[in-house]
Design a protein. Structure first.
Length: 440
């Protein structure tokens, strides 16, 4: 029933308050769910049974839509400004946990009674338990207050004629469409797991009901962990001025968005000179948000950065694959947060980077070195077509896309103002790759 309940309950919450809307949605979900568990069968009341089931499901869906917009908004407005991203992420991640609890409950019930008993009346138990669970949730919510943010906005707009729905579409329709398309992908994955996965693996995979429920619980738990463990990438600003200016830039972001970050130190254009000083990096290592530094600076300087990071928990990653073998053995670089080599050098059936990392981990260094050396010809092609142009201030996007196309991946054209490869350049790149692959 999306997006109608989002619009309805969102606007209602703006008028009467978030708490009251959350009372309504929670009780509606609980009552509708419990009603499903108490419905008479078709044999008792005929066609009225499926009609009532559809009605209960509509109430469930409509109320769940209001919950999905009301709860994150309530948490967002209550959270400290510098922790909003963190708490909103936790709220969204936790939406998968009820499915884990429900699946586990059904699994326990189906294992503790006969199939006939479960089919006859046992299936009703989880639905009926929704009502006391809803009252427990209501008891918790009665102990909350409206946020200071909401109360302040309510006071500022008191007496004004407002149409929040019309205003939202007039001022933010593009952003709303962006959110719909981006979050639509996440929602598709979530509802595929929550509503379809168990049935699918039973029918298509031939698994038992118990096996399907266990697998679904594991999948939903993994979904929760993955959504709750998101991170973002921040680039060291070029030409930002002093070390303090760079640090102030990052601190401003950390204050607004509380989540893990990868810091990207790209080096000054056309050189391998670091845009990040050791002093600034030492200060960043003290920030709990910073987890990884991806740095394309000179290898010697990168080693100094590693020395600074020791004992802080921050990982320093040189993204160039040609340096990784030495960094793996000499400096303990455990992570290749790499440039395109990771997919340009490998395929679904041939994974040399993965192989030499595995061999190093098993202590077979000589064999790992042989696999590493087998990529030497490809590295020359990469340096000629990718690194060379970058060092001269040119974007190698066209060459990257052509390489992908020649490797069987999606290629395509580049966007203006970038230029496509000429026919001669395309033929030359293809020749270089064939030679490099033939020399392995």
């Amino acid at each position: 029933m999306h997006p109608y309940p989002l619009v309805f309950f969102g606007a209602l919450g703006d008028r009467i308050g978030r708490r009251k809307v959350l009372y309504i949605t929670l009780l509606s979900i609980g009552i509708a769910t419990a009603a499903i568990g108490a419905l008479p069968t078709y044999a008792t009341i005929g066609a009225l049974a499926p009609a009532l089931l559809v009605l209960c499901r509509l109430v469930q869906g409509f109320s769940a839509g209001g919950e999905s917009v009301g709860a994150p908004t309530f948490v967002f407005e209550h959270a400290p400004v510098h922790r909003r991203g963190y708490w909103l992420n936790i709220t969204l991640a936790a939406t998968a946990l009820p499915s884990v609890v429900a699946g586990t409950l059904i699994l326990v019930l189906s294992k503790s009674m006969s199939d006939d008993a479960f089919t006859s009346w046992g299936w009703r138990i989880p639905f009926l338990l929704a009502l006391p669970a809803a009252f427990f949730g209501l008891w918790i919510r009665l102990r909350t207050e409206e946020s200071e943010v909401f109360q302040r906005i309510k006071a500022e707009t008191a007496g004004r004629k407002r149409s929040p729905i019309r205003q939202a579409f007039r001022e933010n329709k593009v952003r709303m469409l962006q959110v719909v398309f981006v979050l639509g992908l996440t929602a598709m994955g979530f509802y595929s797991l929550a509503g379809y996965f168990v049935t699918y693996v039973q029918t298509a995979g031939g698994l038992s009901r118990e096996q399907s429920l266990l697998l679904n619980a594991a999948a939903m738990t993994a979904y929760t962990v993955r959504v709750g463990a998101a991170y973002s990438v921040l680039e060291v600003p070029a030409g930002a001025g002093s070390d303090q200016d760079v640090l102030d830039h990052f601190d401003e972001v950390f204050a607004a968005v509380d989540m893990p970050f990868v810091i990207f130190n790209p080096g000054k254009p056309g050189t391998r000179e670091s845009t990040l000083s050791l002093k600034t990096f030492a200060a960043l290592c003290e920030r709990p948000n910073v987890k990884i530094l991806k740095t394309t600076a000179d290898p010697g300087f990168n080693n100094q950065l590693r020395d600074v990071a020791k004992g802080t928990g921050v990982r320093v990653s040189d993204p160039l694959e040609e340096h990784f073998f030495e960094n793996l053995l000499e400096h303990g670089q455990a992570l290749l947060y790499c440039d395109p080599e990771g997919y340009l050098y490998q395929s679904a059936h041939h994974r040399p980077i993965e192989e030499y990392i595995r061999l190093c981990g098993e202590g077979r260094v000589q064999q790992a070195k042989e696999v590493f050396d087998s990529l030497a010809a490809l590295r020359k092609v990469y340096r000629k077509w990718i690194i060379g142009p970058l060092e001269n201030g040119h974007m190698p996007n066209a060459a990257l896309k052509k390489w992908c196309e020649l490797s069987g991946m999606a290629g395509g054209s580049v966007r203006h103002p970038l230029k496509e490869l000429t026919a001669a350049e395309s033929a030359e790149l293809e020749h270089d790759l064939k030679q490099a692959l033939g020399s392995r």
